[in-house]
Ligand binder design. Sequence first.
Ligand SMILES: [Zn+2]
Length: 109
Amino acid sequence: MAKVIQLYATEEAVRAVRRRRGKFCLHREMEFCAEQRTITCNSCGAQLDHFEAFCTIVKDWDKVEELAREKRRLSQEIAALSKERKKLMASVSGMRRRQSKKPTSAGDG
Ligand SMILES: [Zn+2]
């Protein structure tokens, strides 16, 4: 049976492995083989535990949903700010037009 490596590690464990080996793989590039029912890390070639891989995907999905919500919120904010910008630009344009139509005060008095 192939060696199964735990996907998650504490910061301390990561540091310990780095000290021993000089590098550490977080197994972020997972490849799923439906035929052999295996999950392999494309970076280091380790065979990964199915449940841990599933947990990683679920956590990543939560982040994706959170980022999608943030994107929607920021898009709405940008749309509102764009509207405000248009209003302000129109207001400035109107003020400039009115300013240029005013007779100059030079010589008056
Ligand atoms: Zn790896």
